[in-house]
Ligand binder design. Structure first.
Ligand code: ADP
Length: 328
């Protein structure tokens, strides 16, 4: 897998007024670091899609500047710009009369890649998103499930190895189970390709799960808070953020803290459910509750590092986010 140097995105005093004067984005400044997945989260209509569509110049800015990879997007050729930016949306608009392989090959073909290079890339990408070229490559979009179609959308967006990936609610049209699976696979894929990604969602749980950082937006794309999921959960800076994140932010914090590696207690006799050292406290608690011994074992490969009980999980949560649950 090639590791393109991911490019930062910079928004500086960005404003968008639609014809007729509706202000969708009043004044937004945001720096997105290379290789980060930043989730733009906020209620419907707060301007998230508008922001994304200005980054790839599907929309022009009314004021301010957006830089992609150091270039001012308003000074760039839109067609050339969009080839450097992968774009993946909710209804991904696959070409219905083209096979899955042909859909994924669209941009590399436009770029004039050789047939063998295109074929190789399509196989690599379908594999990356968990589809088998022999089985799915010759099918047409209507012959796939919703979740599979979204995977093809992600593969197509990555096809020309873009420096930046923009994703607008890419998983929200599929059912919750398929959605959870897509999110998990997407995290694995991102660990591999490490693109700079802007991911729009109205679902705070999705933002917490996927984001390296989260930008919480309110009306007119006002930036309420920008930070890691743990920071946002631990110390929401405005009433809007604490209400948006939800009263259960303490519970949500379980999803952003990993099980500890040290200080675990010795396992009492008996069979306990287990999780790996990569698990979150939430997964550990869930396994513990599924079992009936009150303990969950933490495994590192084949090594049994010890067990946790509910009190240990609580202590680990406090240690990872000291002010959760306290009033700020
Ligand atoms: P979000 O993605 O957060 O749901 P949008 O960026 O789609 O929000 O929309 C932000 C605001 O801009 C909304 O009030 C919406 O009604 C308005 N808007 C979006 N597109 C247009 C348009 N083409 N013309 C006028 N207003 C628009």
């Amino acid at each position: 897998m090639s590791r393109a140097t991911a490019a930062p995105i910079r928004l500086d005093g960005v404003r968008k007024e639609y014809d007729g004067g509706a202000v969708a984005v009043a004044d937004l400044s945001l720096d997105i670091e290379a290789g980060d997945l930043v989730a733009l989260v906020g209620p419907s209509g707060c301007g998230k899609s508008t922001v994304l569509r200005m980054v790839n110049r599907l929309l022009d800015l009314s004021a301010g500047t957006i830089y992609v990879d150091g270039d001012d997007v308003m000074g760039s050729d839109p067609v050339e710009l969009r080839r450097r930016i992968g774009y993946c949306i909710q209804h991904i608009g696959l070409f219905p009369h083209q096979t899955i392989a042909a859909n994924v090959a669209t941009v590399p073909r436009l770029l004039g890649w050789s047939r063998s290079r295109v074929d190789e890339r399509v196989e690599e990408l379908l594999d990356l998103v968990g589809l088998d070229i022999a089985v799915h490559g010759k099918r047409y979009p209507h012959q796939l499930s919703g979740g599979q179609r979204q995977r093809v959308g992600v593969a197509r967006a990555l096809a020309a190895d873009p420096v930046v990936l923009l994703m607008d609610e890419p998983f929200s049209a599929v059912d919750p189970i398929a959605r959870g699976k897509l999110q998990e696979e997407f995290l694995r894929l991102q660990a591999d390709v490490r693109k700079t990604i802007v991911f729009v969602t109205h679902d705070v749980d999705e933002a917490i799960r996927l984001g390296d950082k989260i930008a919480v937006l309110s009306e007119e794309a006002k930036l309420e808070q920008y930070g890691t999921p743990a920071e946002i959960l631990r110390s929401p800076q405005t009433t809007f953020v604490s209400e948006f994140v939800g009263a259960d932010r303490g519970v949500k914090s379980l999803s952003v803290a990993k099980v500890p590696r040290v200080g675990l207690r010795a396992a009492p006799p008996g069979e306990h459910p287990h999780v790996t050292i990569h698990a979150t406290l939430r997964e550990a608690l869930s396994q513990l509750l599924d079992g009936d011994t009150g303990h969950v074992t933490i495994l590192d490969g084949r090594d049994n590092l010890g067990v946790m009980n509910t009190e240990d999980i609580y202590t680990a949560l406090r240690a990872s986010s000291p002010s959760t649950g306290e009033s700020d």
